[in-house]
Design a protein around this ligand. Structure first.
Ligand SMILES: [Cu+2]
Length: 335
């Protein structure tokens, strides 16, 4: 029975991509795309496009071929967590595994039937029992303090100097709001394979409009969803937070170096679950301010202007919605 279930399940998985390919392509950006472009003043986007379209470093912020280690971390919390994994947990795990393996081999040989025609009748040894109880407790005590403090640090709310960004999961794309910068919105759709390749970006991870963050500034990421449960997950930041409809979850991180960092929704959220990637671009605060103003936003603390919606604008961007070609103009539209 189980074998039949497995076969049916495997068939389902095999056929799913075909079903997806046949389903009408959705152009989510078109849903939120604002009024006709003609009404919007043309903005110089070339410089800004440069700011938000740096080529990624193939060794950081994305999976590497045959990679099995944790991605290189670019946040303080991530570095601490990697230390916990590499310097504390892995050595302890390795020593325990080797010790238990050696004990198994030794016991198998020492107490083999041939060498022990009359089996031992010993069933208790108080000293050994005390040792095998206290040693694991001591090991757990060594682990518990750095573990609990790391956990607490991960979820410690950031201070007033933090920049708030809201990530909203949708089936199947992300939208980002910048409430501290006038409340404009960025719609982020996956790039088709050919476009990602042309840009030198990884397949299934590149997006048309990246979410841009300033380096060295604590980011308060508010995560929620419009439909089903998604998750905002960027491995290089050590950040993963569920996006739950009707609920706002908070995560925080401080990116220490400029660059392009890729992530994915990692909650099974429907047919195109695998096609709603996350691309974060970390830039200098000066470039961030420029990017913000080019999108109709305001610096943090300034009087918010009218919110704008950032729709896909460049050729690269419109490629995300092949069935609904967006107007060539309309890079940035203020609503
Ligand atoms: Cu999702």
């Amino acid at each position: 029975m189980n074998a039949i279930k497995t076969i049916i399940f495997a068939l389902g998985l095999a056929l799913a991509p075909a079903a997806i390919a046949q389903s009408p392509a959705v152009a989510p950006s078109a849903v939120v795309a604002p009024a006709p472009a003609a009404a919007a003043p043309a903005k110089p986007v070339s410089k800004v496009a440069d700011i938000a379209r740096t080529a990624p470093d193939a060794t950081i912020g994305q999976p590497v071929p045959r990679g099995y280690e944790i991605q290189q971390q670019v946040t303080p919390i991530g570095k601490r967590a990697v230390w916990m994994h590499n310097a504390l947990l892995m050595p302890i795990i390795t020593v325990i595994c080797l010790f238990v393996l050696a004990l198994l081999f030794w016991a198998s040989y020492r107490y083999r039937r041939k060498g022990n025609p009359i089996p031992s009748k010993v069933s208790h040894n108080t000293l050994i029992e005390v040792i095998w109880t206290t040693v694991p407790v001591l090991i757990l005590l060594i682990i518990v303090f750095p573990s609990i403090s790391l956990l607490a640090a991960q979820y410690k709310p950031v201070g007033k100097d933090a920049l708030t960004i809201k990530a909203i999961g949708n089936q199947w794309y992300w939208t980002y709001e910048y409430p501290d910068n006038g409340g404009f919105e960025v719609v982020s759709n996956m790039l088709p394979d050919a476009q990602a390749k042309a840009n030198g970006e990884p397949r299934l991870l590149a997006v048309d409009n990246r979410v841009v963050v300033p380096v060295g500034t604590p980011i308060r990421l508010l995560v929620t969803s419009n439909d089903v449960i998604h998750a905002w997950y960027v491995p290089a930041f050590w950040t993963q937070m569920d996006a739950v409809p009707g609920r706002v979850n908070e995560a925080s991180f401080t990116v220490e170096r400029p660059g392009v960092y890729y992530g994915q929704c990692n909650n099974i959220c429907g047919a195109r679950h695998g096609f709603m990637p996350i691309t974060v671009q970390a830039v200098s605060p000066a470039d961030f301010a420029q990017w913000i103003s080019a999108h109709g936003g305001t610096p943090k603390g300034a009087k918010p202007g009218a919110p704008a919606v950032v729709a896909p604008n460049t050729a690269a961007n419109t490629a995300a919605a092949p069935t609904t070609p967006a107007p060539a103009a309309a890079p940035v539209t203020k609503g």
